[in-house]
Design a protein around this ligand. Sequence first.
Ligand SMILES: Cc1ncc(COP(=O)(O)O)c(C=O)c1O
Length: 379
Amino acid sequence: MYEKINLDQLHNSGVRVVDLRSDTVSKPTPEMREAMYRAPVGDDVYGEDPTVAELERRAAEILEKEEAIFVASGTMANLIAIMVHCNQRGSEIISGDHGHTFKFEQGGTAQIAGVHTAVIKNNEDGTFSIEDLRKKIRKNPDFHEPISSLIIVENTHNLCGGKVLPLEWLEKVHNLAEEHHLPVHMDGARMMNAAVYLKVPPSRIVKDVDSVCFCLSKGLGCPVGAILAGTSTFIDKARRVRKALGGGWRQAGIIAAAGLVALDTMIERLQEDHDHAYQIAKAIYAMHSTNFKVDLQTVQTNIVLMYFDKTKITVQDLQRRLQTVLKTDRVKCSVRSMSLNHDCVRFTLYWGISDEDVTVACEKIQLVIREYDELLKGY
Ligand SMILES: Cc1ncc(COP(=O)(O)O)c(C=O)c1O
């Protein structure tokens, strides 16, 4: 997916490395490190860690859900949610075909939970057709069929470029699910970005879903962790499943402390990352390149997808070129990106990327585009 480079060597040679691979590479803030040092802790498996308990209480309060549980990762949160909602053999979930749980979680749904997935084509905005959803729900399944047990939505939608699900669409999914007595889970790894984009409280984003998870370790900057929230009954069951998956942790207050700082200080500031993402998208757009495209309208949060013609350019070459320090670089700069498809690279913004980093990264990306455009003239 990306090449390993010797960052120390690059830093030491005065190169500015702007790492836009993912918001997961964000490091904890100084305030988080301080809070981690001071955190009161206890054995959380015995329910005795006051910092974990406080993080779970605060997260539930912010989301306006009955309870929440602190877990190791977004992947674990999604898997636990699936295992709690789909607790009978022969269960089936319904998901978009670009969904993270479907594409990028190693098929844990099948591998570990023993649950079948039915997919619906995702639209470019991260939604899927409500009519297709209606068709996918198995009404009165006979004994040949699996049993529809859960609908999963993703917000913001990673593969769709950080797109925010429209609130009206979420309401439609909820109404249809309710009609068929089906729960809805939101993979809200970046749902705080959605709340900031729509300028609504986080609780509004998750009003129409039964359970939701969000990551503390992405744009919110924590070293590790995710939150899963829902009803008290759901969270009781989630605690059992987390233990079975080996995710019961002991003095986890050390890391939960960073989560509390994140909830206090890192949500509103996500707007800065969105502004930075838009600045990069505008810089690409301004090149009016025949080989590279960005859709300005669709850059809503902290992710920019830059598309290119894969018949002329390979993603490996492009990433290498962005990463290499070129003679023509005014400021020596290496830009790191992520490839999710063969025709696009992803740039993701987070708190460690400064205004100056963005300015230099824009210059570098434009330089590489210019080079390709020259090279491919008439091709
Ligand atoms: C939408 C989405 N869901 C879930 C995850 C999984 O999170 P984690 O890497 O913490 O397991 C990711 C990670 O990138 C993601 O983008």
